[in-house]
Design a protein around this ligand. Structure first.
Ligand SMILES: Cc1ncc(COP(=O)(O)O)c(C=O)c1O
Ligand SMILES: [Zn+2]
Length: 420
């Protein structure tokens, strides 16, 4: 018998984000059985004491009262979450913002935000005694899943485009899991992963399919709320591809609102490359549907993504509807920026805040700067940019942005010439 450190969770059931259909908490499917929409996890908020709901832990399982898991003996070995929120005083001053913050989620164990999702998915898979966990990935979700599953020797298979940045591929290989490097796109890897999971009965962690990834990702909102002294920010920017991160952040603040721990939702801004802007297009379409869009009628577009920000290069956004709802229902926006702005933001973010980010994670910075320049904030607004991946994930893009150092002879003459 395993010892359970938290025998009860407060899971109440599931609700389709598209059609509203509900399933009880015993449901083990992944998508809405009525319309194949993505499922939102429901909790029994009345059973949670908002004054005493957090555990004395320094990882995401601090918030286990609002997670769909029970057995804390099955958590990963790595510490996931508890990443710093920096007050970007100098960068803020140059933009006329007194309360600009950067959440550095590149400091998670595998170097990206995805650890939050993988950690919760791993516990659910282990609680269900799944034979294996599998995930399709642009790189980060897979290197995260490989690290977390590999760390506890849980069987794991990763489906990844062979063209993913070498650092991400090497990272996946290092943990000794099965790697299927597909000559094709992320979307093709995604479909293959789904097919194999259906054939073999594996636990499919795919983004925008598995309802539990959003639950892990929402812990970022809980941390921001704690780090801001029990407040929500006014505006929050995050890089968006499939739309699962922004919808997870939305979920976290919805939980806090339901527990009356915040009074209003932050405005959420999906930050996209104009070369991979399916969610932005869908937001425009939803706005055309008026103030109360019929979500069942919203068709999500498929685009031909070719942005250099590989982690947000997505043809079809698999959690797109939730992302659109996150933007529209919070009064936020979808902001597209050019790949050049994303590249320029790498050194800009590093030099003005001290945070080193991969391209997908600087899109939020470029988007925030656009809106700051357009006068969309008041000087005292609390503005948060969530940096979702470390700059070390994609050194080729960093080199495109900053070039290489000029090598010099090992002589004082040469050194003085450089310093002059
Ligand atoms: C670093 C980084 N930023 C942003 C995203 C976008 O998240 P989503 O696809 O859920 O919108 C990802 C997803 O892979 C990522 O790895
Ligand atoms: Zn449905």
């Amino acid at each position: 018998m395993k010892t359970s450190q938290h025998p009860q969770n407060h899971l109440a059931g599931f609700q389709c984000l598209r059609c509203g259909h509900q399933e009880p908490k015993t449901f083990t499917g992944m998508l809405c059985p009525t319309c194949e929409g993505n499922l939102d996890v429901l909790y029994d908020y009345a059973a949670i004491n908002p004054r005493n709901w957090m555990r004395e832990r320094d990882d995401i399982f601090r918030y286990s009262a609002l997670l769909p898991i029970s057995d804390l003996s099955l958590t990963p070995v790595q510490r996931v979450g508890h990443t710093p929120l920096y007050h970007a005083v100098r960068a803020g001053a140059s933009l006329g913002l007194r309360n600009l913050y950067v959440k550095d989620d590149g400091l998670n164990p595998s170097g990206s935000f995805k650890d939050r999702a993988g950690a919760v998915a791993l516990v659910v898979a282990r609680e269900r005694n799944a034979g294996s966990i599998a995930a399709a990935t642009t790189g980060n979700a897979g290197s995260s899943m490989a690290a977390l599953a590999g760390g506890v020797n849980f069987p794991c298979a990763i489906f990844v485009p062979a063209s993913a940045p070498p650092a991400k591929l090497a990272q996946i290989l290092a943990f000794g899991v099965k790697v299927i490097a597909v000559r094709g796109t992320y979307d093709q890897a995604y479909d293959l992963c789904e097919e194999v999971c259906a054939q073999r009965g594996w636990f499919n962690r795919n983004t925008g399919y598995n309802p539990f990834t959003r639950e892990g990702k929402k812990t970022c909102s809980f941390e921001i709320w704690e780090q801001l002294g029990g407040q929500a920010p006014d505006h929050l920017f995050v890089g968006t591809g499939d739309g699962n991160i922004i919808s997870g952040i939305w979920k976290g603040f919805r939980d806090l609102l339901a527990l009356k721990l915040i009074e209003k939702m932050p405005r959420l801004y999906a930050s996209q490359s104009e070369r991979s802007a399916a969610v932005s297009r869908a937001v425009r379409e939803a706005r055309r549907m008026g103030i109360a869009p019929d979500w069942k009628a919203l068709a999500l577009p498929t685009v031909q993504a070719d942005t250099l920000a590989d982690s947000i290069a997505v043809d079809f956004p698999s959690d797109g509807l939730a992302a659109v709802r996150a933007v529209i229902e919070t009064g936020g926006d979808a902001v597209t920026v050019s790949d050049q702005e994303i590249l320029d933001a790498i050194p800009d973010l590093a030099r003005s805040t001290g945070v080193f980010a991969e391209p997908a994670a600087t899109a939020c910075w470029a988007a925030m700067k656009r809106l700051a320049a357009a006068g969309r904030f008041s000087p005292d607004d609390k503005v948060v940019c969530v940096v979702t991946g470390s700059g070390l994930k994609d050194i080729a893009s960093v080199r495109r942005a900053v070039g290489d150092p000029i090598a010099v002879d090992a002589t004082m003459d040469a050194v003085l010439k450089i310093l002059s």
